[in-house]
Design a protein around this ligand. Structure first.
Ligand SMILES: NC(=O)c1ccc[n+]([C@@H]2O[C@H](COP(=O)([O-])OP(=O)(O)OC[C@H]3O[C@@H](n4cnc5c(N)ncnc54)[C@H](O)[C@@H]3O)[C@@H](O)[C@H]2O)c1
Length: 331
């Protein structure tokens, strides 16, 4: 009999969900495993998931197990191994009669959602469940969810893989190589415009990309700001937030967690800080990560940060500390 896995996806009727969900069952993400899907939406939208479920049935996926869809998160969480928390309220919409424009309002509203979801994951999710928060503000949502879950055997992450993939693409173009040749592309800090894409520890052919490029002006005035602002650039060009690339990054994160990391590489996600690299404890911060052969996700601790890198990371850490302060009533 094949292995089975249960995967919960929130925001399943959204743009990212439409690109993400079919690829959870295509045999690439979880290998030859039967994937039982539990798709979650808000009550006003949940009926639309019937259409998505029909399409999944019609798509000939031999690894598809069961499909449930619900607006009851606790029911969905029961016995789940993976949680992809995509659903959240975006900036700019009217919520309970008020237009949500301030980051502080966004933090409060989405924070409240993550308290309830976190509690349910801690109580009903599998003991070694992995949770990837995609919905923004991802780091602080994950912090709130992790605290509410109060279950130390579960692993909470916030997604920075999209930023890492964007950075690899820009470096590969500059170095005229394939994206797969760029290794150790770490995103430090917050998934926000303060993030630090680490060009010094990034490698091509085992050499620091910083040494290969030698064009500090391009790094400072093109590479770093364009990685940091790429989300806005896509919104400006497309009239909607990144969706297919965000879905691909979520899948890449799952694959990175499900397979041991090779010794010449690492992957990017934000995890709970335990003081590594002198980042204060108690925030969800982007770090270099590896998956051990036994499946543990660990921070890689032996990299060096230059003074320039350290001051950029500190800016992002300060932002995470102020986000934590803004939601302290939820923690
Ligand atoms: N971390 C990243 O790199 C990254 C990249 C791109 C987008 N995002 C974020 O991902 C989120 C989703 O983006 P999208 O383009 O799919 O948005 P979308 O608006 O198309 O879809 C979001 C869906 O979430 C649902 N939802 C809202 N609250 C929910 C809840 N409590 N439970 C379940 N579902 C809920 C909505 O009904 C909607 O269908 C946004 O917050 C966006 O900012 C993150």
């Amino acid at each position: 009999m094949k292995n089975e896995i249960k995967v919960v996806v929130t925001g399943a009727a959204g743009q990212i969900g439409y690109s993400l969900i079919p690829r959870l069952i295509d045999g690439n993400t979880f290998g030859d495993t039967t994937v039982n899907l539990s798709l979650v939406e808000i009550p006003q939208v949940v009926s639309k998931l019937e259409g998505l479920a029909m399409e999944l049935d019609d798509s000939y996926f031999p690894n598809l197990g069961t499909i449930d869809y619900t607006d009851n998160f606790s029911e969905a969480a029961d016995g789940a191994d993976w949680f992809l928390l995509v659903g959240s309220i975006p900036r700019g919409i009217v919520y309970n009669g008020k237009k949500i424009e301030e980051r502080s309002d966004l933090l409060q509203i989405n924070g409240g959602i993550f308290v309830d979801q976190g509690k349910a994951i801690g109580e009903f999710g599998n003991e070694n469940a992995k949770i990837l928060v995609v919905g923004n503000p991802a780091n602080t949502n994950a912090l709130i969810g992790r605290k509410a879950a109060n279950n130390s055997s579960q692993t909470w992450m916030a997604m920075t893989m999209l930023d890492s993939n964007r950075a690899k693409s820009m470096l590969a173009k500059k170095l005229s190589c394939n994206v797969s040749e760029i290794k150790k592309m770490i995103i430090w800090g917050n998934h926000s415009p303060t993030m630090y894409p680490d060009f010094e520890n990034a490698l091509k052919d085992n050499q620091s990309v910083a040494n290969l490029i030698e064009d500090t002006n391009w790094i400072d005035s093109h590479f770093i700001p364009n990685v940091q602002q790429r989300g806005k650039a896509v919104i400006d060009a497309r009239g909607a937030s990144s969706a297919t690339s965000a879905a691909k990054a979520a899948l890449d994160t799952v694959i990175a967690c499900e397979n041991a990391t090779s010794s010449d590489d690492c992957f990017s996600a934000a995890v709970y800080s335990d003081g590594a690299y002198d980042v204060p404890e108690g925030i969800m911060c982007g770090f270099p990560l590896m998956t051990t052969p036994s499946g543990e996700i660990e921070i890689i601790r032996d990299l060096t940060l230059s003074d320039n890198a350290r001051s950029r990371l500190n800016l992002s850490v300060d932002e995470l500390l102020s986000e934590r302060e803004a939601v302290k009533d939820l923690l």
